[in-house]
Design a protein around this ligand. Sequence first.
Ligand code: ZN
Length: 251
Amino acid sequence: MLTVHQFPCLSDNYGYLLHDTDSHETIAIDTPDAAEYLRQADLKGWRITQIWNTHWHPDHAGGNEAIKAATGCSITGPAEIEGKFPIDRIVSHGDTALIGGEAAQVVDVSGHTNGHIAYHLPQAGLAFVGDAVFALGCGRMFEGQPKQFWDSLSRIKAWPPETLLYCAHEYTASNARFALHADPDNAALQAYSDEIAAKRAKGEWTVPTTLKRELATNPFLRADDPALMAKWGGSAPYETFAALRAAKDNF
Ligand SMILES: [Zn+2]
């Protein structure tokens, strides 16, 4: 059985250790902070056997070398990591990564970076999405193009709605402020936003979220909604997405 151990690290990242109780494998999902990952694995009595990277940014792959040196684990990730941080196996869209008897589907979710991938575990009903999508937001478009990013989000939108999305940052409160500006008449968003404010006031996490909830409230996943297209312009959803992304960058 798979279990996810979540913990905050750096200033606003979440660390994730994915553990299989049958095979005793433990996957470090990204490596923002090697020392904290090793400490958390120790606390759980787990040994990190693999790293799965989502993209090349240092707060996602910067701990690869130290964790590999401490554990001898193998590292899987997208080609963009090569030459920046250690990697053993390069994967791309359509590949799988294994934990015990379960396969994670590697999905191209590029746009934040050009090689960004997600790991979708359909049997377990969860996905590690890195900085591609956040609760009520999405990653900044540092390297990609709007059409590319929208196509990536469309792949995420096609997963079962119950899927738990494990995003890499706690950005939800500030994302909610923009979402309400982008889509002020959305009643589900208003309710979600109130819930987020209450949770954050108590210091609680808003991640993971569910795809179902994001489909109803996240403006970046809703760039194909007729009301949002009318409000933000664009004759194709990716153009509306581009307008929303640009507005958020300057919000
Ligand atoms: Zn990033």
